[in-house]
Design a protein around this ligand. Structure first.
Ligand SMILES: Cc1ncc(C[n+]2csc(CCOP(=O)(O)OP(=O)(O)O)c2C)c(N)n1
Ligand SMILES: [Mg+2]
Length: 581
């Protein structure tokens, strides 16, 4: 029973009789607390307004957003950062739908998340009689998440939440939908029976130990390699097996390539890091060991030009057996949780593992140094208006000086170029758009990163990306979070220079208001707004913001002609033959 509610009831004459009852509201709160869920991200409204108030009164941190999608992205990334399900709370139909994109995003990215939505009366919804916000939410959620449950009775709240937590974090993590009809909240039951019905989930994500034969097979393949490569995915970052992964990489001496959100698992400046020699190692390697990385579009499905002509053998470490052979043959699948698999590999490598061939190591090193040297002068330019490299050069120094800060990043050019330029030094410090390349994760991710880690957050956003979630700067100000948002303002999507081919007064589809002052938005809510027109100015402004810890937004003026169509993935745009005539 929650203290505040007990107190309220003591003031009524029937306190004695009521004290023995509990209800859906309190059981849900008790069940969340029992399982260590101490933060909720959501938007209030019928039927969950009072629930949010009561949860706050009971000591749960309830963060109210301006749009459920952003609350959902916050919950999703909270799951990635903590290995516990991030919970998003919404109202029925429209609120639920707003949260659903984030739930699908969490599932696609293997982040544990639970979307809890209130829903309308079952008997009216099922007869389609037109209830307030009528929608069969459970049916709609099902294909977009890992599991979906509905709780109809107060006595089932405990088991319902337990199922949701297990489904979210065990095996390959993902999104779970929990449907709570309005009537459930007020349903009463005997308090003692209610307490007994709660379930504290034991060992929510059990270790999955790889078979010794699979470990041996993988090491045999690795030993046979002349030009081996390790690819670290965000599954490896999620695992929080940082020391073991580092030990494995270093013991093997093999060059490693971090996927975007695995950057910093080992520092990007590590001598074995092949980030700056990506195309060379993908093409020329002969054995590739994937650790928590999938051969999806981000790795060109493991085939084609990117991977060169030399025959390749893949070793894959993943918790999901069906991931194996999803695009190309995996000659050595190692199925288990990353921590257990890496520990088993390390153990089986023994004390005298031969380090990778010096010729290969040297080739990778040469390529890396060549590329780094090529990039260096571009990062030092102090042009105004800024180009991407000049501005990112300044931010690269910021992260070098503040390796504990969390970097959130989205956009097209703003994303692709920042990923290459800004070195990361520690695990799980880079949060971005994930597998789908979804725009709008920025503010939600920044808020959750600040809340869950207590660390300062630097957000680097394209002006378009920011538009998907910008209203949450009010949320950042309201909770006074140490978040510094830098908008790369190039007046549009990819570039700000397009013209409407039909003439007329409508601007082109990809351009925005020229010279917009996003910094004024922050000032409207009591935060600090600044504008930067040179890399030096930008560096000073970010340092001021991060030293102060105050919510800040810096409008960084970027040359509208500096970007390229779709950043680094312009090749994915379908082409019209007719247009070229
Ligand atoms: C939800 C969603 N809608 C649309 C897109 C398509 N899209 C990809 S990048 C992008 C915006 C790129 O512009 P900006 O953020 O300003 O970055 P820039 O390239 O200009 O630096 C858009 C709209 C998407 N990825 N996700
Ligand atoms: Mg832009």
């Amino acid at each position: 029973m929650v203290e505040a509610a007990v107190k309220a009831k003591e003031t009524t004459p029937v306190a004695e009789a009521e004290r023995e009852l509990t209800d859906g509201f309190h059981l849900i709160i008790d069940a969340l607390k029992l399982n260590g869920v101490n933060t909720l991200y959501g938007v209030p409204g019928i039927p969950i307004t009072d629930f949010g108030r009561m949860a706050q009164a009971a000591g749960i941190r309830v963060l109210s957003f301006r749009h459920e999608q952003n609350a959902g992205y916050a919950a999703a990334i909270a799951g990635f950062l903590t290995k516990k399900p991030g919970v998003c709370l919404t109202v029925s139909a429209p609120g639920f739908l707003n949260g659903l994109t984030a739930l699908a995003h969490a599932t696609t990215n293997c982040f544990p998340m639970i979307l809890i939505s209130g829903s309308s009366e079952r008997e009216i919804v099922d007869l389609q009689q037109g209830d307030y916000e009528e929608m069969d939410q459970l049916a709609i959620a099902k294909p977009l998440c890992k599991a979906a449950f509905r709780v109809l009775y107060a006595a089932d709240v405990g088991i319902g939440l337990a199922r949701a937590i297990r489904a979210a974090v065990s095996g390959r993590p993902g999104g779970v939908y929990l449907d709570l009809p309005a009537k459930l909240f007020g349903q009463v039951m005997d308090a003692a029976a209610g307490q007994k019905s709660l379930v504290k989930v034991v060992d929510a994500a059990p270790a999955q130990i790889p078979a010794p034969a699979a470990v041996k097979r993988a090491l045999d393949v690795l030993k046979s390699a002349k030009r081996p490569l390790i690819i670290l995915g965000k599954g490896a970052a999620y695992a929080q097996a940082d020391d073991a992964i580092r030990a494995l990489v270093e013991k093997s001496g093999i060059p490693f390539l971090p996927m975007s959100m695995a950057k910093g698992l080992l520092p990007d400046t590590h001598p074995q890091c092949a980030g700056a020699a990506r195309s060379t190692v993908l093409k020329d390697s002969d054995v590739v060991m994937l650790i928590g990385a999938r051969l999806n579009w981000l790795l060109s499905h493991g085939k084609g030009k990117t991977w060169g002509d030399a025959p390749k053998k893949f070793i894959q470490i993943d918790i999901e057996p069906r991931e194996m052979d999803s695009n190309v043959e995996i000659v050595a699948p190692v199925v288990g949780d990353i921590g257990s698999c890496v520990a088993a590999l390390l153990e089986a490598m023994g004390g005298n593992w031969p380090t990778a061939a010096a010729e290969w190591i040297d080739a990778v090193k040469t390529k890396r140094e060549e590329n780094v040297a090529k990039m260096a002068p571009r990062l030092m330019n102090n042009n105004s208006p800024m180009d991407y490299h000049g501005a990112l050069g300044a931010l690269r120094t910021v992260i070098k000086e503040r390796p504990d800060a969390i970097l959130v990043n989205e956009g097209a050019n703003t994303l692709d170029l920042a990923r290459g330029v800004i070195d990361m030094y520690k695990p799980r410090k880079r949060l971005d758009v994930g597998t789908w390349g979804v725009m709008g994760i920025g503010m939600g991710s920044a808020i959750a990163a600040a809340i869950e880690t207590g660390k300062p957050v630097l957000v680097v956003e394209g002006d378009s990306a920011f538009g998907f979630c910008g209203m949450e700067v009010e949320t950042i100000c309201r909770y006074n979070l140490p978040v510094c948002v830098v908008i790369f303002n190039n007046n549009g999507i990819y570039r700000g220079t397009d013209v409407n081919a039909a003439g007329g007064s409508d601007p082109a589809t990809t351009v925005f208001v020229k010279g917009a002052r996003y910094d004024k938005m922050m000032e409207a809510f009591g935060g600090v707004g600044m504008q930067a027109t040179t890399p030096d100015e930008l560096k000073r402004a970010v340092d001021t913001a991060m030293n102060s810890g105050k919510p800040t937004l810096i409008n960084a003026v970027i040359d509208p002609a500096a970007g390229s169509e779709s950043g680094r993935i312009g090749n994915l745009n379908p082409q019209s033959v007719l247009r070229k005539k």
